[in-house]
Design a protein around this ligand. Structure first.
Ligand code: NAD
Length: 383
C-alpha cells in the first residue's frame, strides 16, 4: 500500500468595518480598502448586487455607488447593477441564483474581480453562494443593510439558499473579503425587521456573554424606541461575539455541534411551516423561548433566569407563540437539524444566562409541555 499525505493550512482574515455614509464620496473606507487590496496595476471589475426592498428606500443609492466606485482608480463597476427582491423569496427561487451567475459570465467577472452584495441577510446569503460557486470562488464583499445581517449573518463565513423546501440546504463556507456595516441603512427598516435582528443578539448573549444580556435588559426600552446609539452598540457587540466564536472554535462546522444556532432547530422549521411569513429573527425568538423553557424543565436554568429571558424577549416586543408550533411536523426540525451536520444530535441549551451547554437528546413530551406553556402565556396576554 502507498499513501501520500497532503497537508496545508490556509489563513483567513477579513476586516469588518463599522461606518456611516459608506458611499459618500468623502468616506474613504471602501476606497482605501480597494487601494490596499487591489495593488497590481490591472483594472478589476466590480459586480454589484442590490436588495430591491432596500433600494426602494434609498432611491439615489445606485447613482451614489456608481459615482463612488468610478472614483476608485483600480475599479471598474459593471453596469447595470443587478437588483433582486429582498427577503427569503430570493433564497427560495433558483432563477435568482441563475441571474447572478449568468451576469458573472456575461460581464467577465473573474477571480480577480469582486462581487459586492448590498442588502439584507437573504440577499447576502444568495450573493455569497453564487460568488462562491462561480469560477470556484470569486472575491465577495458584503454590505449588510439590516440589523440581523450587520450583527450576525453578514459578518460570518456561511452563505446558502433553500432547496427541497429545506432551509439553507445548499451553501458553502466562504469567508468574505471584507464587510462594511453602515449604520445609516438601519434607519429605513420597518419595525418588524428592526426588531427581528435583535433576536440573534439575545441568542449570542445567552450562550456567551451575561454582561451583554444585562446590557440588553437595561436598554430594551431604548432599543424598542429605535434609539440609534443603543442599536449601534448592540450591532457592534453582537458582531464581535459572532466573530470571536468563529475564530475560536470550528469555523467550518466539521463537528456535530452548532453552538451559534441556539433556538434554531425549531426556528428553521417554523419559518418553513409558515411559508416564511414569520421572519428569521421572529422565529428565532420563539425558538429561544422554547429552548429556555426546556432548559428550565430539565433543571439547568432556574425559574427566575428563565423568567428574565422571556421577559426580555417580550420587552423587545417579540411574540413567543405561533399556532404552527403545535404542528406535528415541527419535531422534524430536530431530525433536519441533526442531518444538516451529520453525526449525533447536538442541541445547544442553557446552563445559565451567558453559558450554553450541548445536549444530545430532547424529550418530545417535555417539548410539548414547553409549547403549551408558551401558548398559555400568549392566551393570557390576549385576554
Ligand atoms: P432579509 O434579508 O430577509 O430582509 C428583510 C427585508 O428587509 C426585505 O424585504 C429587504 O428587502 C428589506 N431591507 C433590507 N435592507 C433594508 C433597509 N436598509 N431598509 C429597508 N428595508 C430593507 O432579512 P434579514 O433578517 O437581514 O436576513 C434573514 C436571512 O439571513 C435568513 O434567510 C437567514 O436564514 C439568514 N441568516 C444567515 C446566516 C448566515 O450565517 N449566513 C445567519 C443568520 C441568518
Amino acid at each position: 500500500m502507498k499513501i501520500l499525505n497532503q497537508r496545508f493550512q490556509i489563513n483567513y482574515q477579513y476586516p469588518v468595518y463599522f461606518t456611516k455614509h459608506l458611499f459618500h464620496l468623502d468616506n474613504p473606507d471602501l476606497r482605501n480598502f480597494f487601494g490596499d487590496h487591489a495593488t497590481a496595476p490591472i483594472l478589476r471589475k466590480a459586480l454589484v448586487v442590490l436588495d430591491e426592498g432596500m433600494v426602494l428606500h434609498h432611491p439615489h443609492l445606485k447613482n451614489e455607488i456608481a459615482r463612488y466606485l468610478q472614483s476608485i482608480p483600480c475599479i471598474t463597476p459593471v453596469e447595470p447593477f443587478i437588483v433582486l427582491p429582498g427577503g427569503e423569496a430570493v433564497k427560495n427561487e433558483e432563477g435568482y441564483f441563475k441571474e447572478i451567475v449568468t451576469a458573472i459570465d456575461h460581464c467577465g467577472i473573474d477571480r480577480h474581480s469582486y462581487v459586492i452584495g448590498i442588502g439584507g441577510g437573504s440577499l447576502l446569503d444568495l450573493t455569497g453562494y453564487a460568488a462562491a460557486l462561480a469560477h470556484r470562488g470569486i472575491r465577495h464583499i458584503r454590505v449588510p443593510t439590516t440589523v440581523l445581517s450587520q450583527n450576525d449573518s453578514g459578518v460570518g463565513v456561511k452563505n446558502g439558499v433553500n432547496f427541497l423546501r429545506k432551509k439553507n440546504f445548499l451553501g458553502t463556507f466562504s469567508p468574505p473579503l471584507a464587510v462594511f456595516n453602515d449604520l445609516d441603512f438601519l434607519e429605513t427598516l420597518d419595525d418588524r425587521n428592526w426588531r427581528s435582528g435583535m433576536a440573534e443578539a439575545v441568542k449570542v448573549a445567552l450562550i456567551k456573554d451575561k454582561a451583554f444580556f444585562d446590557w440588553l435588559e437595561t436598554h430594551a426600552g431604548a432599543l424598542v424606541q429605535r434609539d440609534m446609539a443603543a442599536m449601534e452598540q448592540l450591532v457592534y457587540r453582537c458582531a464581535a461575539l459572532h466573530l470571536q466564536h468563529i475564530a475560536s472554535g470550528d469555523p467550518f462546522e466539521s463537528g456535530s455541534s452548532r453552538p451559534l444556532d441556539f433556538g434554531h432547530w425549531s426556528a428553521h422549521k417554523l419559518e418553513q411551516l409558515t411559508g416564511f411569513s414569520l421572519f428569521h429573527g421572529e422565529a428565532v425568538a420563539i425558538g429561544i423561548a422554547l429552548d429556555t423553557l426546556y432548559s428550565q424543565h430539565i433543571g439547568w436554568l432556574t425559574e427566575s433566569e428563565a423568567g428574565r429571558i422571556l421577559s426580555l424577549l417580550k420587552k423587545l416586543q417579540f411574540d413567543l407563540y405561533h399556532p404552527l408550533l403545535e404542528d406535528a411536523a415541527l419535531l422534524d426540525g430536530l431530525t433536519e437539524f441533526r442531518e444538516h451536520l451529520g453525526g449525533e444530535l447536538t442541541i445547544m441549551l442553557l446552563q445559565s444566562i451567558g453559558q450554553g451547554l450541548n445536549t444530545h437528546e430532547m424529550d418530545h413530551h417535555v417539548i410539548g409541555e414547553c409549547m403549551r406553556a408558551l401558548k398559555e402565556s400568549a392566551c393570557l396576554k390576549m385576554s
